[in-house]
Design a protein around this ligand. Structure first.
Ligand code: PEP
Ligand code: MG
Length: 916
């Protein structure tokens, strides 16, 4: 029986592929870092010899009370021999010592979240051996003190501030400004002081045995999968908890072995803007952590050409090769050891939403990837971010002129943020989540432990660090506006205030930051939502999305159903909304809630007169006053949507919503009585009486929707007349009006049979009066389970269905859509009783089943039945995917969500393409 393979040597990627079945599987098994190191080795990029312990081993370790699975450690030691052979060095051998790093690496990159230990293999003997070989005592003891500090904090759990404090002490004593000013003797002293810290804090000595060091470091990396910051990060980034991390044991190469050495990080394209230029930074005579932590000031990558021209040229070639190979923007880490270049990591680079769109569009235009791939690489959330607020127009220059700018730094993650200042992650999180404040977190720099505060903040400002510092990388990923390296900002954590350019900002004060320009301002600056029209790359991408959705044959559906993808329509009540919807790419109006028009000041009195009318004549008189208003609103809608369908829904809510509440009326009446006011009292009392007579215990299940039309048909008769008069008028002016009349809340076919013929008659009457003819439809909402269950019957009368998933969810679950979230739904989701809030994302198993059935049975009766959705779910990407799969014609959502929905519709079309 062959033994389970837990460990892969650098040249064993084929075996990993065979076992895991796909590249995705290899990444899952070896982690992203391990898989890419092996892949780089395979394509001839210089990578220091290494081996990878799999994520399966990590999961087995965590499941087995932190014990390595059987055979794993033996396999690691065996692979170590392979590494020794390739490196030409021996682990623990003072004559020619091999040093290794122990790095975490999950399938999805989680920058800085889990642990890393460098320089493993150093002890007093190997250190002396290395000094002989390198003739560089300073370098060796620098590496040694780093090992003890890292090992001490990461593996042994000693607070890293203990080591930092000792370092600062020695630096002060030796009058050293930077770490590089410390001499070999200083560093030797530091080594023994660091060892003393370990002894004092732990009560035992720093482990001398290299194999013991490697074993403990491997255990620590496995365990770090479950530390709080990693768990928080996974939650925010939607990374499953059961993936586990791999461990990479990699030959150390030294960027800190002199001024011919260095280390750096780079992106093959600008991760902020997406521009096609190498973007990165490096440090001479340094180790990687110095660059990423942003503690020392780095140089621009392009400057490396002057100091290390050969290595720079090779680096340019390799980064190009990697981008060509992966067909994606790469984020690389490299080290140059005595003039020789080594690649330590490559991965797909994290980027801002703006850069994601630009890179995808550019790569498709460069014929590097297909349009489908370009679309798939941008997430709906990124599109959403691009439509988020920014400081527009003169707001910033005005603030500058007014002297409000108090700091500037690196524009690390674009976007505008306005909030109150807090100086640590816990407070920032508490103020945001518990007090509901808009928060800007201000720190010297951020560490992985700060992520919870960063995620809760509207914006982040740091006084140190560069464009690839931790703060910058994390902020970009989550779309949080961020300015880093604002070096004039001096933060005093004891007085909880900052001082910058003579200005003092205290905790709780308001500031505004612009992550696009890298500036920080005092007070609140007005923010504006950006316009889509100016975002040409996004417009291009969305036009490709529409093209894909419009492709006939992309959907595999029964005969007669739409074979193109979904269209995106919008919910719009007013002409201005419709214009915005059209500008955002909507191909129709899926819901106009006509009653919203009733609430306007000049109309409400007529509405109330209509409701309270004692006779039909009185009612018709009041309705006649309303008709011109409705007609002109509808004219505006038809005009804005010229050539596209407009679904207008007849009145839906219970009538009491248009009247004052019983309590407020009662209060007024009592006050008038007490004060002895008689003028108007009788009218108020009559109104109170009417309101009381209309009282229902359960109004949402009461006299509303089609029921109201059956009982009081005059309102919808007026509305249908207004719709058709408006359409006819527009038609006569050359506008291609396409009215579709939607009857809400149907539960029984007989309700439709009762009301719809009379309404169609009115439509025909108006067309005759106006001497025009145009196409129109009458249809219904499916928002009551009974309607869904009898959809086949209902489709014999209704020419279209629109799923009102707000009510359909309410009535299928029996949860009040107005109260459930507040009372129990949040707990339900937290406790995982429900996977998602069903009012946000369609419950596919329950509500969705009713929807699927309705489409199938509806179309069995009426093959060309038009089907859409107009509940809030119409803008939710997962719900959109579901609507695609069940064969709907369109989804309808708020105008602002239209771009997101267009992308999500294309994602669904690509994912389920019948052309694959
Ligand atoms: C619905 O119920 O999903 C719907 C769109 O109608 P309303 O939200 O107006 O009840
Ligand atoms: Mg409804």
């Amino acid at each position: 029986m062959s033994e389970k393979k837990w460990v892969y040597l650098f040249n064993e990627i084929e075996e990993a592929e065979k076992y895991a079945g796909s590249w995705d599987g290899v990444r899952g098994l070896m982690g992203g870092k391990g898989a890419n190191l092996a892949e780089m080795t395979r394509i001839g990029v210089p990578v220091p010899p290494f081996f990878t312990v799999t994520t399966e081993a990590c999961n087995a370790f965590l499941a087995n009370d932190n014990q390595f699975p059987e055979g794993m450690w033996e396999q690691s030691l065996e692979s170590l021999k392979g590494v020794e052979k390739a490196a030409g060095k021996k682990f623990g051998d003072p004559k020619n010592p091999l040093l290794v790093s122990c790095r975490s690496g999950a399938k999805m990159s989680m920058p800085g979240m889990m642990d890393t230990v460098l320089n493993i293999g150093l002890n007093d003997e190997t250190a002396e051996g290395m000094v002989k070989i390198t003739e560089n005592e300073r370098f060796v003891y620098d590496a040694y003190r780093r090992l003890i500090a890292m090992f001490g904090s990461v593996v042994l759990g000693i607070n890293d501030e203990k080591f930092e404090a000792v370092l600062e002490e020695v630096k002060t004593e030796k009058k050293a400004e930077a770490d590089t000013d410390l001499t070999a003797d200083d560093l030797k002293e530091l080594v023994s002081k660091f060892k003393a810290v370990v002894k004092k804090e732990k009560g035992f000595d720093f482990p001398n045995d290299p194999v013991e060091q490697m074993r403990l470091a491997t255990e620590a990396v496995f365990s770090s999968w479950n530390v709080k910051r990693a768990v928080d990060y996974r939650k925010a980034a939607n990374i499953p908890d059961d993936l586990g991390t791999a461990v990479n044991i990699c030959t150390m190469v030294f960027g800190n072995s002199g001024w011919e050495s260095g280390t750096g990080v780079a992106f093959t394209r600008n991760p902020s803007t997406g521009e096609k230029v190498l973007f990165g930074e490096y440090l001479l005579n340094a180790q990687g952590e110095d660059v990423v932590a942003g503690i020392r000031n780095t140089q621009k990558i392009q400057d490396m050409e002057k100091v290390l021209p050969e290595a720079y040229k090779q680096f340019i070639d390799i980064t190009q090769k990697l981008e060509d190979h992966y067909k994606e923007m790469q984020d690389v880490e490299f080290t140059i050891e005595s003039g020789r270049l080594w690649m330590l990591q490559t991965r797909n680079g994290k980027r801002t939403a703006k850069a994601a769109v630009k890179i995808a569009v550019d790569m498709a235009n460069e014929d590097f990837i297909t349009k489908e791939e370009a679309i798939s690489r941008v997430t709906p959330t990124q599109v959403d971010t691009l439509l988020h607020p920014q400081f527009l127009g003169d707001t910033l220059s005005n603030a500058r002129e007014a002297g409000k700018q108090f700091a500037s730094g690196v524009n690390a993650s674009p976007g505008a943020a306005v909030g109150q200042v807090y100086f640590d992650a816990d407070t920032a999180e508490r103020m945001a989540n518990e007090e509901g404040q808009d928060v800007i977190m201000v720190r010297p720099f951020t560490k992985p432990d700060d992520v919870h505060g960063m995620l809760a903040s509207k914006g982040i400002l740091t006084s140190e660090g560069g464009a690839t510092s931790h703060a910058a990388v994390v902020a970009r990923q989550f779309g949080v506006p961020c300015v880093v390296g604002a070096s004039m900002v001096k933060i005093d954590l004891s007085t909880r205030q900052l001082e910058s350019n003579g200005v003092v900002v205290k905790e709780g004060d308001w500031i505004s930051i612009d992550g696009g320009t890298g500036e920080a301002f005092l007070g609140k600056i007005e923010v504006t939502a950006p316009s889509l029209e100016e975002q040409t790359d996004l417009l291009t991408l969305l036009s490709w999305a529409d093209e894909i959705c419009a492709e006939p044959g992309i959907r595999d559906v029964p005969e007669g159903w739409p074979t193109t993808g979904l269209q995106v329509w919008a919910n719009a009540d007013y002409p201005a909304d419709a214009e915005r919807a059209r500008a955002y790419g909507a191909k129709g109006i899926g819901l106009c809630r006509t009653e919203h028009m009733f609430f306007e000041q000049e109309r409400l009195p007529s509405v109330q007169r209509m409701i309270l009318a004692k006779t039909i004549e009185e009612r018709e008189e009041a309705l006649a006053e309303l008709l011109p208003h409705q007609r002109s609103d509808f004219e505006g809608l038809f005009k804005a949507m010229d050539g596209y369908p407009v679904i207008i829904r007849l009145i839906d809510p219970p009538l009491h919503e248009f009247l004052p509440s019983e309590e407020s009326l009662l209060e007024e009446v009592i006050t008038m009585r007490v004060k002895g006011e008689t003028k108007g009292l009788a009218e108020k009392e009559a109104l109170l009486e009417s309101v009381r007579s209309m009282h229902e215990s359960n109004p949402m299940m009461g006299l509303r929707g089609i029921r109201l039309s059956v009982v009081m048909p005059q309102i919808v008769e007026m509305q249908v007349r207004a719709i058709f008069e408006a359409a006819a008028n527009m038609k006569n002016q050359g506008v291609d009006a396409k009215p579709e009349v939607m009857i809400p809340l149907t539960g029984h076919i007989n309700e439709l049979n009762h009301i719809q013929p009379r309404l169609i008659e009115i439509a025909k009457e108006v067309m005759k009066e106006k001497k025009v003819n145009f196409e129109y439809k009458f249809g219904t909402m499916i928002e009551i389970p009974r309607a869904a269950l009898t959809a086949g019957e209902i489709a014999s009368v209704a020419e279209f269905f629109s799923f009102g998933t707000n009510d359909l969810t309410q009535m299928t679950f029996g949860y009040s859509r107005d109260d459930a979230e507040r009372n129990f739904l949040v707990t339900y989701v937290e406790e995982e009783i429900l996977p998602r809030n069903p009012f946000q994302s369609v419950d596919q198993d329950g509500v969705g089943r009713l929807m699927k059935m309705s489409v199938e049975e509806g179309r069995a009766t009426r093959n060309n039945l038009e089907v859409g959705i107009c509940g809030e779910h119409g803008g939710d990407p997962d719900s959109i995917d579901f609507c695609h799969r069940i064969g709907q014609n369109y989804v309808s959502c708020s105008p602002f969500r239209v771009p997101v929905a267009r992308l999500a519709a294309a994602h669904a079309a690509i994912k389920h393409s019948a052309k694959k």
